[in-house]
Ligand binder design. Sequence first.
Ligand code: ARG
Length: 593
Amino acid sequence: MEIWFNPARELELLLHTTAGNTPGFGDQPFDPEIRPSDPRFGDYQANGILAHAKATRANPRALAATLVEALKKDGSLDDALISIEIAGPGFINFQLKPAFLDAWLTRYANVEAFRSECATLYAGRKIIVDYPSPNTAKQMHVGHLRPMVIGEAIARMLQFCGAKLVRDNHIGDWGTNFGILIFAIKHENAANSLDSDPTTALEILEQLYKKGSALAKDNPAMMEAARQELVNLQTGDPENTALWQRIVAISNAAFQQTYEQLGIRPDITLGESFYRDKVERVYTELHDCQLAEESDGALVVWHDEHPRFARNSERPQPFIVRKKDGSSNYASTDLATILYRTEHFQADECIYITDGRQQDHFQQLFLTAEKWFHATGRRLPSLRHVWFGTILGEDGRAIKTKSGDPVRLKTLLHEAATRATVIIDEKNPGLPEDERQHIAHTVGIAAIRYADLSQNRTLDYAFSWEKLLAFDGNTAPYLLYAVARIHSIFRKAAAGDAATPPAPLETTPEVALARKLTVFPSALVQACTELRPHFLCTYLYELAGAYSTFNNADKVLVDEPTVRARRLRLCARTVAVLSTGMRLLGIEPLERM
Ligand code: ARG
């Protein structure tokens, strides 16, 4: 039999087909339900026999026996490589034997081998990931961390698995707030102050906006002036257009610094303003296919089959696609965006990364798009909203500065590097200054990033410097340290070691580590299918744990050359999997720390 890269997946397929070809298995399709099993009994367990036996009124143990026999007969499971056993009322346990593990380690040796196997998963699928998509004229605060790190991890994972990926930064660069902002710039005579560096200019813009809305709030004449500035912008007045362009340019330049710090490179930045001449078509089509109707002067879409978006629901919540004053909004631009992504990019899938408060918007958007595309005979890309919870302070409330403002992202990233510097200086006083700085910077950002990614994204999580910078536990420093430790072994290995053929795996910690390595593909698949990077994090953490157990029990650089080669090979594979996984999460591993 072949050495499977992803044993869980291959077992699933094999059992499914074998059952289909086995008389006595009934005509219903069989779902093997392959799950990781209790390590004492094996690596994987097929749970699906029970349900299938119930559905086909068969005896589960007898059914399991029929399947096992069929598997053994056609030779697709070589029992020198994988052992099979029926357990309990009709579970089937599979255990990868050391011979399988040795062969796996030989065959899947590096990131290129992993990549070419993984690339079949989404081969050629055009996926647009919409992130980080911030709004212009506002500084990034701690809340902006999540779409950046989650979006980037998801983009990297899907790309690794063969998707043709487009990172589309759908910035909020159009809308009513520009009326206030332009009004404030003029009222405060502040245009010149925007000449400063982008970060400062963005800060000034944020202040101006606050000032402008405070003024307009208490003064109808000023409110009217702001509204007029907006109308002028919307109708193409050159002065306002120039100001708006400047605001957008300042914002993008300031964001760019943060993107760079976090390794984020959008492929395209098509903000809301890009769609302003594309919404008319949306209104016409929605109207023509009788999906949208006028209500109080606005154009709205109801979803009567939906408990919350129906006309007669308790708190009616129509999807407003054109505002009363005739202008477009978030909904209209998002509809136009789907059409553009379909026609221009031939997207197979669009993934939106935003916080959980936008769930209603995306549900209504997706429902509307489904009906609209159906009515117009278009193929709708698959649409997925990847939402996340809030970052809380250690007191369990939304994280804020002492003055009650949201913590700026810039400040947070800076503090991470500063705190990591203290730790690294203490641990590594001997390293040269610039290397220590590089390490501290990497560790600090990685720690913040990993703390975010390692949580199930739909939960809120509490931000704690102490936890995220700890060198033990499920943290970035722990993983980084595991990698550095392996590199230090390689630095001590002899030049000839690589040429020695490794002896077969032997000790329990060796075998356990090798087993863990073979789980990488299925952890990655799970993270990709559910679009939840924490599955990959948990796996890497467990792998680092298995490595550490091995390393504590079995000395690597022993005298016997073939044992030494075997252990060095385990080290090499561990570092390959850890580094690949960390890079997918946006973390660059270090050789020393
Ligand atoms: N700019 C929006 C915000 O900051 C997020 C945009 C998400 N993407 C989208 N196509 N709606 O909330």
